[in-house]
Design a binder for this molecule. Structure first.
Ligand SMILES: NC(=O)c1ccc[n+]([C@@H]2O[C@H](COP(=O)([O-])OP(=O)(O)OC[C@H]3O[C@@H](n4cnc5c(N)ncnc54)[C@H](O)[C@@H]3O)[C@@H](O)[C@H]2O)c1
Length: 267
């Protein structure tokens, strides 16, 4: 997700620093962003890939970010403690807006250790970020109106649309999307239908651009599992991950990123 978010900002003209666990990972991540910018240009979706690529820089730690940036957007693994640690450090850089791309973790819970929770907000992007125009903007109970307004300006700068929601587990999109995905996985588990048929039913029958199983493959089944586990702690049984999902993740069948999930992505 960080690759996609960096892509979108750089393509729209922003200077972007990509932070990862260390400098080697950050350099590799910048290279991935640059490759996606080249690909966008090849497909005629971006005029000047060279200029966009030149706006990207790597950093091996959040400490290395300049002070008072317009925004810092955290997009690390979906883990409360890991996110809090990165966000606390990011907060010391005093950005105007500090955002998390979490898909499911409460914004209020992430805000707890922050010095300036009023400047903290959720910016939930969708995969692939260069093609999906929605940002779910999640207001925490301490998020100031000024931070919301600045965030909406950033969404506009990116040429995207915002759906503004109050903080609640799973927000709007993950709560509904994950529930549908889990039910689709239970249907595969029960032998109701093949994944492609379940997806086709939703695509052609309900006008979904992509069925729930293909969406899960694209998002990453490990990411889906982590969200479902988290939502099950809040909403109970209806978010309990099916055994098939747990087995696929344990086997490394994570979807597109590992080449295999409900679909074979290597063919
Ligand atoms: N995958 C999706 O479709 C999707 C969609 C919307 C939101 N999200 C959310 O975005 C976040 C990232 O998801 P992802 O699928 O990109 O995960 P990912 O595992 O593919 O990427 C995580 C990245 O964060 C880096 N990282 C991990 N710990 C770090 C740390 N302490 N400091 C700096 N970098 C660190 C990793 O090296 C990696 O590059 C999660 O919160 C997820 O819930 C994911």
């Amino acid at each position: 997700m960080g690759v996609g978010i960096a892509h979108r900002f750089a393509a729209r003209g922003a200077e972007v620093t990509v932070v990862d666990v260390d400098m080697d990972h950050a350099v590799a991540s910048v290279e991935r962003v640059r490759a996606t910018l080249d690909e966008a240009a090849r497909r005629g979706k971006l005029d000047d890939a060279e200029a966009a690529k030149a706006r990207l820089a790597p950093a091996g730690s959040v400490d290395e970010l300049p002070e008072a940036l317009e925004a810092i957007i955290e997009a690390i693994i979906e883990d409360v403690d890991a996110k809090r640690a990165v966000l606390v450090t990011a907060g010391t850089r005093r950005p105007e807006v500090l955002a998390s791309n979490t898909s499911s973790i409460s914004i209020d819970s992430l805000a707890e250790p922050l010095e300036r929770p009023d400047r903290f907000i959720g910016m939930h992007f969708f995969n692939p970020v260069w093609a999906m125009d929605l940002v779910e903007v999640i207001k925490g109970s301490a998020t100031s109106d000024e931070t919301v307004a600045k965030t909406l300006d950033i969404v506009g700068f990116l040429g995207m649309q915002a759906a503004v929601v109050n903080d609640s587990p799973g927000f709007a999109s993950s709560r509904l999307g994950v529930l549908l995905g889990l039910e689709a996985i239970r249907m595969v588990e029960e032998g109701v239908a093949e994944p492609a048929d379940i997806d086709r039913a939703m695509e052609l029958g309900y006008g979904f651009p992509m069925g729930p199983l293909r969406t899960g493959d694209l998002v990453g089944l490990d990411v889906r599992l982590a969200i479902a586990e988290h939502l099950a702690t809040v909403y109970g049984e209806r978010f309990e991950p099916p055994q098939l999902l747990r087995d696929m993740v344990a086997e490394g069948r994570l979807g597109r990123k590992t080449g295999r999930g409900f679909y074979d992505w290597e063919r």
